[in-house]
Write a protein that binds this ligand. Sequence first.
Ligand code: PMP
Length: 431
Amino acid sequence: MVTRLASKSQQLYEKAKELIPGGVNSPVRSYPPYPLFLNSAHGCKFRTVDDEEYLDYCMAYGALLDGHAYPETVRAVKMAVENGTVFGQPTEQEVLLAKLISDLVPSIQMVRLVNSGTEATMHALRLARGFTGKSKILKFEGGFHGSHDGVLVNAGSGASALSCPDSQGIPQETAKNTLVARYNDEDHTKRILRDNEGEVASVILEPVMGNMGPILPEPGFLEGLREITEEESIVLIFDEVITGFRLALGGAQEYYGVKPDLTVLGKVLGGGLPLSAFGGKREIMEKLAPLGEVYQAGTYSGNPVSVAAGLATLESLRTRAGQVYPSLESTGKILRSRIAQSADSYGLDVQVNGVGSMFQVFFTNKPVVDYQSAKTSNPDLYRKFFQSLLRSHVFVPPSQFETCFLSTSHTAEQIEDSLAAIGTAFRATIE
Ligand code: PMP
């Protein structure tokens, strides 16, 4: 009898499970039979501890627009590290980055740098409450804004995939201040705002939902939200942690031409290092301490290494924007239509959603326009699809409720190879 030796990933997973809950430091990284453990990554490929190479369409959940270990970013990080990794005091580079962000993102006049998307949405929401003096917030079903108390209500991403959209451990007194509306349903949103008139501090949304797979705003939806929030003096927050610097240099607000009051940025901003930001109208941002009485602080905020990575990433993207965004847009469009054709050739009912460099496949015959329609997708078929792609050494997010990402490092040839793997994966769902 031949005994199959456990791979190094499998062995590490066994050890990790003893020490780290579920063996992973973020639940979305968990999938059966065990997650791959990585050694390195360059461009659109990563290598595992078993020295196997995979083509990556997860791109650290959208953090890497230019691929892994982008040379300009790596150079900037190396130089920054040599000069000290944290000061707890201001630097010139923070000012340069703040200027660059406010130049690129249409609605941002002032900005504060923090470390993660979770932190940034948490502070943006506190600021909106402090500014308006109101307590309630409204989010959308399936929208994900990080893992702090007020937004883990009807949340997408891993929270939905792992059946805890409403996390335990959140006091009822907190959850009751979070109202939930249906994405792309302006009437429903208006009704909820009317029922809570004078009590809502903020409407927060991902302008393109990325945490149910990509779901696009229907024409007029963002404009409608802008109108009603303006009328009711509610702070409109665009959570552009995924879409910022990805859909366009100025994010979804540039792409769709709608300006929020506050914007949350993360992922692409840091070029692969922990860096996020929230910013917007001067009169709101000036409510933050030390100018105002909304408190927010952080030892690692504006960390010099992350800031160096952010500056290098944004400066490089600004130089190449005329080529990068149209090219991602057209490659994304072709890829989505080829995936749809491939599914069709196997007689499968699928929806291929996406915009720009974002895409996902839903195994359903219903157009996916909100949380409920996303939930009609067959999870077993997605699992088979994911596992088959993994066997072909193509990595997409293990959960249906995530987005796949193209980067500038994916070549036409690699995309062609992936389409063959996607065809095989579609076949695997009907076998
Ligand atoms: N907002 C959105 C739209 C996100 O997609 C995410 C993470 N996937 C977050 C906030 C939280 O960001 P982080 O993981 O950096 O805390």
